[in-house]
Design a protein around this ligand. Structure first.
Ligand SMILES: [Fe+2]
Length: 292
């Protein structure tokens, strides 16, 4: 998610209504995909499925790929949306480029998720910075098909909305940045232990890139193990600002992305449950909202 230029709640409601009014099939315009696009999707899928995900993706993610019946051909986003609706009650809607954080999180809280439908070029098969349809479908949609994960994803959005309703607009940008830091370091680029204690990937920004999935678990990768106390873990995620590399991409210290490791999905869920309290206290500590 992007943390820039949050709209007011009322403006986001209008924006979301306009976005939801669009027809997904019409916006995807399936017949216009080129043979290059077909090649790109099937190669990306094959690289991820056969090379990157085995022994690296969390088993819950791999179950989601089956649940959504994703394969070597470009999916119709409306069909993925229908399947997600059956599984967890979530619908996809079309966006072009970035949405502001209020609209993005408002849609999530209302059981929608925004997707773009453009595809990377063949030269970008291994990695691309901008989110494309691979990221949205072979990343976000897959994880969202897990009922418990979906509920916690929705709760993160609700935390932002609950606090923003009571905060002056002047602090909403900062609030959006803190929520974005949490979202970025868990939903997008998080690692977790599986049931046998091995570190696995659940962050969809990693899992939608074969190169990054492999790189994130290599011996030299920078891993930070989050403390069991969910309040402390949340503070670690939201206190540290992003560092940017020379191309303006978010990285960790030393020009390398730092991956934060949660101790299983239960740990992640306790962190989501603590998030509202942690952010409320941080706002009060920094005297940005009245205490109580
Ligand atoms: Fe994303």
């Amino acid at each position: 998610m992007d943390n820039r230029n949050p709209l007011t709640y009322e403006a986001a409601e209008i924006q979301l209504a306009e976005l939801l009014a669009q027809d997904l099939d019409q916006r995807q315009n399936y017949d216009h995909y080129s043979t290059d696009d077909m090649y790109t999707w099937s190669t990306v899928f094959s690289n991820l499925f056969h090379r990157a995900w085995p022994n690296r993706a969390h088993p819950e993610f791999l179950d989601g790929v089956d649940r959504l019946r994703l394969m070597y051909h470009i999916p119709k986003v409306s069909a993925v949306s229908n399947r997600l609706q059956e599984l967890v009650g979530c619908r996809l809607y079309f966006v072009e480029g970035h949405t502001d954080p209020t609209t993005y999180l408002l849609s999530i809280a209302r059981n929608y998720f925004p997707v773009t439908v453009w595809l990377r070029k063949p030269i970008q098969i291994g990695y691309i910075e901008e989110p494309d349809m691979v990221h949205e479908v072979l990343g976000h949609a897959v994880m969202l098909s897990n009922k418990l994960y979906f509920e916690h994803h929705r709760r993160i959005a609700q935390v932002f909305l609950d606090i923003m309703k009571q905060a002056p607009m002047s602090t909403v940008e900062l609030l959006a940045e803190w929520v974005a830091r949490f979202y970025w370091r868990t939903i997008e680029f998080g690692l977790t232990r599986d049931d046998s204690g091995r570190v696995r990937v659940y962050g969809v920004g990693i899992l939608s890139s074969a190169e990054e999935t492999i790189r994130s678990l290599e011996p030299g990768a920078s891993h930070v193990y989050l403390p069991d106390d969910p309040h402390l873990a949340c503070r670690m995620l939201i206190d540290e600002s992003y560092e940017l590399d020379e191309s303006g991409n978010y990285t960790g210290k030393g020009g390398m992305r730092t991956y934060y490791v949660v101790n299983g999905f239960h740990h992640f869920h306790t962190m989501v449950n603590a998030l509202k309290d942690v952010i409320t206290k941080k706002l009060a500590q920094e005297k940005l909202v009245p205490i109580g």
